[in-house]
Design a protein around this ligand. Sequence first.
Ligand SMILES: [Zn+2]
Length: 220
Amino acid sequence: MNQIDNSLIEQVVQGVIAQLNGLDDNTIPLELSNRHVHLSEKDSLELFGSPLSRKQDLSQPGQYLCNERLRIIGPKGVIDNVAILGPTREESQVELSLTDARKLGMDLPIRQSGDIQGTPGIVLSSGKKIIAIDKGVIVAGRHIHMSPADAKRFGVTDRQIVCVHMQGKRPAIFNDVLIRVHKDFKLAMHIDFDEANGCGCDTSAKCQIVTAATGAICAN
Ligand SMILES: [Zn+2]
């Protein structure tokens, strides 16, 4: 009898914890990425003459928004006041939406962050200094960050492609969402504003993995 009581209590406690954590329905928190730049240490020093300064922490541990901003200059247009995210990286990378690409007059590939081989370059201006990077401009592929524990809970593995039901004002299923597993990742789905607007989603939208349909593993 005692044992039954304990397991019942355990079930109730787990249910309450899951509800408190918002995990009772396997919903994935949605975060929207605006256009931004990651700079190499060399490029940041060249543009600003001093190390980047932290303005505010982002949701993924260790990532932050910098006080510095950049103008990005494409063949047919300019976008001002573009955010820079720290810390510095091995190579500079510019993440834009397809709408931004159109404005700049650029034909951009959809790539996952860090996969910049063969991508177009761009001109960056800090106001004091202008530099050109010869590659690194991408439209970021949809992805979900999660910890190994979350991956186990959702039954998925690192680099797997899944389908996600976006329950916004214009419900849609994204069928090409990359799972990225790391012990430091906090559960979050990342899409850009074009994609969010396309399915009428803001950060309150419910997103759920509906199937690992293709079973495909990303080549990157
Ligand atoms: Zn991300």
